[in-house]
Write a protein that binds this ligand. Structure first.
Ligand code: ADP
Ligand code: MG
Length: 298
């Protein structure tokens, strides 16, 4: 039973809606996240657009400077943006954990912890921690997240202790879980619960209709499903409009896309599939974002 866009994009009264976009690099996550956030803001929902795009992309797309503090976006009501720099955030996170460890453990242990913390997982974990903090503020009606965490990261968060404790255990340290840790863990659990609640969270994959992005998205969505998180929305992006398929080259490409669109519908039977046309230009600027929102969501 596929839901309607109203159910997928707008929060229930007094609730918060989280909309996550996932998918391969370059498929249009940042662009579609901006379109979506502009759209929900226009609908009157206080919206936070959260990006981990290292290229400060939302700033470019919205034509606004968005930094690592929540910033009100000019020229549109209800829209706020914030950028998470995954490298910087991960560094801060590592420093914090290692600083605490410094007074407690010997150099070998700290070295082992350092190695564990050098995994690519740290960036995702640290970025997600930021989302958790913003989501726990209960200040926004809608939070749109440009790049969702993977099932792998979410699985680590499901374990009965937070990640720094997991690292301590892995490096052979007997750890005690303090009252403060417990509180922190409860916050994580509440957010994970919210992500599993399909009324509060819309998990969405962006893809273009070609084999590799479909297969990758499907695999990632299965991993999420094993955690109880359903993919409810698929944006099939960069579709060549029918009226543009005039030359053999574009006819051929469009036919290929139509074939893969059918495949997307079969592979994501529970999701609403929204087709998003390839535009003649980059997706940039408030006016174009508004237009695109109309096209996709109205
Ligand atoms: N439907 C579209 N039509 C035209 N250009 C698009 C479309 N979707 C995305 N783009 C362009 O493709 C590029 C990559 O999109 P982006 O949103 O940055 O992808 P991602 O965040 O997934 O890496 C950008 O230059 C963007 O403007
Ligand atoms: Mg991006």
């Amino acid at each position: 039973m596929n839901k309607s866009l109203v159910d997928l994009l707008y929060p229930e009264k007094g609730q918060q809606k989280n909309i996550f976009f996932s998918g391969k690099g370059g498929v249009g996550k940042t662009s579609i996240a901006c379109v979506t956030a502009v759209h929900t803001a226009q609908k009157g929902f206080k919206t936070l657009l959260l990006t981990t795009d290292p290229a400060a992309h939302i700033g470019n797309v919205l034509g606004e400077n968005v930094g690592d503090e929540i910033t009100k976006i000019n020229n549109i009501e209800n829209l706020f943006g914030v950028k998470i720099d995954p490298k910087k955030t991960a560094q801060e996170y590592k420093n914090k954990i290692l600083k605490e460890a410094q007074n407690k453990f010997d150099t070998n242990t700290i070295k082992a912890m350092q190695e564990e913390l050098d995994s690519p997982c740290t960036e995702e974990m640290a970025s997600f921690q930021k989302f958790i903090n913003y989501a726990s503020l209960n200040e926004f009606d809608v939070i749109v997240v440009d790049t969702a965490p993977t099932g792998h990261t979410l699985r680590l968060l499901e374990l009965p202790m937070d990640w720094s404790k997991q690292i301590q255990l892995k490096t052979g340290i007997q750890t005690e879980i303090s009252a403060e840790d417990k509180k922190e863990k409860e916050k994580f659990d509440a957010v994970i619960e919210m992500m599993k609640d399909s009324a509060k969270t819309t998990f969405s994959f962006v893809m273009y209709p070609e084999r590799t992005p479909i297969i990758e998205a499907h695999r990632a969505s299965q991993e999420l499903l094993s955690l109880g998180i359903e993919t409810q929305l698929v944006i099939a992006n960069l579709i060549i409009p029918q009226e543009q398929a005039q030359t053999p080259f574009f006819k051929n490409r469009r036919n290929m896309q139509v074939k893969y669109l059918a495949e997307i519908n079969t592979m994501f039977p529970e999701a609403l599939v929204v087709e998003s046309p390839m535009l003649a230009q980059e997706i940039k600027g408030l006016e174009l974002l508004k237009e695109m929102g109309q096209l996709l969501f109205e």
